[in-house]
Design a protein around this ligand. Sequence first.
Ligand SMILES: [Zn+2]
Length: 211
Amino acid sequence: MKIYLTLDYELFLGSSTGSVENCLMKPMKNLCEVADKYGVKFTLFVDATYLLALKKHLYNPSLQMDYQKIKEHLLCLKDSGHSLQLHIHPHWLYANYDGEKWITIPNHYRLSQLETEKAIQIIIQSKQLLEEIIQQDVHAFRAGGFSIQPFELYCKLFKDLGIKIDSSVLHGCHYESNNQQYGNNMSGLGISVFFVKTESLSRDIKPKEHK
Ligand SMILES: [Zn+2]
C-alpha cells in the first residue's frame, strides 16, 4: 500500500491570515527536517488562488516580496522531491490588501458559492499560474474546505485540464456550514462525494451511508 502524506500549503483562512514566513516557510522547514530523516516526501496542495491574489497586488512591495519568496520556496520544495498540486480557496479572489494586512471576506469560501463559470475560470487560472511558477504540470486537485460538490460540474473540466485525482475527500465525514459543505445524502448537493479519481472510483465505490 502506498501512503501519501498530503497537506495544504496556504495562509490562515480566517480574518487574520498570518504571514508567509510563519504560515509557510517556518512550518515547512520544521516538517521537512523531520521528513528528511525518514526519506518522506509530501504532496503539497498549494493554494494557487492566493497566488493569483498576490499577483494582482504586486504593486505593493511587501506583497511583491511575499510572491517572490513563495516562488523560490516552491521551486526549492519541488527540487527536494515533494509533489506540488493544485488547491483552491476561492475567497482569495475577493481579498484586498489595506497596505498592512489582507482583508478577506468568507462569502466566497466554497466553489458552490460562485457561479459555475466563475468557479471554472478560477480553477483554470489558478492551475495556469501554479504551473507557470513551478514549471511543471499538476495532475491532482483539492478544493478548499473539501467543498467541491456538486462534483459533476467539474468532471469534464478536470478531464480537459489533465487533472486525474481529486483529493477533496474526507472519508466518512459529513459537514455543512456556511463555508463548508461535504458529505453525501445532502439535499441539493449532488449525489456522492468519495471520488479519488475523476471517474473510475465513482463507478467502483458506492458512497457509504453516513448517519
Ligand atoms: Zn486549504
